[in-house]
Ligand binder design. Structure first.
Ligand code: ZN
Length: 334
């Protein structure tokens, strides 16, 4: 952690300011180990391996912990990255573009291994504070280590240990895995100052009925209970089916005007043609993610709109992404 992070931190329990109590080890601008302390309630928080730890996993409810653990494992296993991911990320946060971030103070609710964090830091954000509950924070820290404007914290999204000072807050692909997605959204919004903006991206309910009806029970009762290492190999079978379908059928058909007319009638065409250019690893990671998460909600447009109304956001823009998920962007008031 960099000293500058102290400007943004607040005690998750009493909102008091956080100060540095002790430093054991430093590496350049990074404080690698030491202790933080709340100036008001005196509660202490460890800094270990460069990351301030505001979440004691033993005390967080089991459901959330299981999600954090399974994703932590998947993020370590699928630690690839590529440039196409940038396009995908921009599609999730549209209409936000890279130049939006210049000079902005950003908070990320659920950063996983830091793929968005790294990009936003490179796009010139004044500072980005990225928060995740899972051990994927280790990867997020490593990928942004030594960058002056990137900060990684291990904490619970419901109790973000930061002040309400941010120009932009976002949560991508995380809220629908929380036991209470709406509370997670509200928590991110609560850290954005009036006039700032928020983006969120969640799985949609509308075109995902088949996942809700078919995959959800499989995931809930079987696959999320299997050891992730075993599931990693088992999930190659459904991946192989999807991979063959997208490479041999959806991809080729959607590349010609005549083919498109036929493809329109195919099952889940919008999404499957979109991922037809993805390689094996990327497709495998998608399938695995759908099978591993103990908690997944599919959110309807109506419900998603309600989230934004509830927080009194203005200038809200909600749109489909691949017709199977919702993205939203809005302005924070009061
Ligand atoms: Zn406190």
């Amino acid at each position: 952690m960099k000293k500058k992070l102290l400007d943004y931190l607040a005690c998750p329990l009493c909102r008091g300011s956080i100060r540095l109590r002790s430093v054991q080890e430093e590496d350049g601008i990074e404080i690698m180990s030491g202790e933080l302390e709340c100036a008001v309630c005196q509660r202490t928080f460890a800094i270990r391996r460069g990351i301030p730890r505001f979440a004691d996993l033993g005390k967080i409810d089991e459901e959330k912990q299981a999600t954090a653990e399974s994703f932590g494992w998947s993020w370590r296993r699928f630690s690839h990255d590529d440039e196409r991911y940038t396009e995908q990320f921009l599609a999730w946060i549209a209409p936000v573009r890279p130049d939006f971030f210049a000079g902005k103070l950003v908070v990320e609710g659920g950063c996983g291994k830091g793929r968005h964090t790294l990009r936003i830091a490179r796009w010139g954000a004044r500072d980005i504070v990225a928060v995740d509950l899972s051990e994927a924070v280790e990867l997020a820290f490593e990928s942004t280590r030594g960058m002056e404007n990137a900060h990684v914290i291990q904490a619970d999204i419901y109790h973000l240990p930061v002040k309400r000072v941010f120009d932009y807050g976002f949560s991508i692909g995380v809220l629908h895995h929380l036991p209470d997605p709406r509370a997670g959204f509200q928590s991110v919004v609560s850290k954005v100052k009036p006039g700032g903006h928020v983006s969120a991206w969640v799985y949609g309910a509308e075109h995902n009925r088949w996942i809700v009806n078919l995959i959800n029970p499989i995931r809930e009762y079987i696959t999320s209970r299997i050891n992730p290492r075993v599931l990693f190999h088992l999930s190659k079978l459904p991946t192989a089916i999807m991979y063959a379908a997208t490479k041999l059928l959806y991809g080729p058909l959607n590349r010609s005007a005549r083919g498109k007319k036929i493809a329109r009638h195919l099952f889940y065409n919008d999404y499957l043609s979109f991922i037809s250019t993805f390689n094996w690893r990327e497709q495998h990671s998608i399938v695995f993610d759908h099978l591993v998460a103990p908690t997944t909600f599919y959110i309807s447009r109506e419900e998603f709109e309600e989230w934004w109304r509830d927080v009194d956001a203005t200038e809200v823009v909600i749109g489909w992404h691949n017709k199977n998920s919702w993205r939203g962007f809005g302005k924070v008031t009061e």
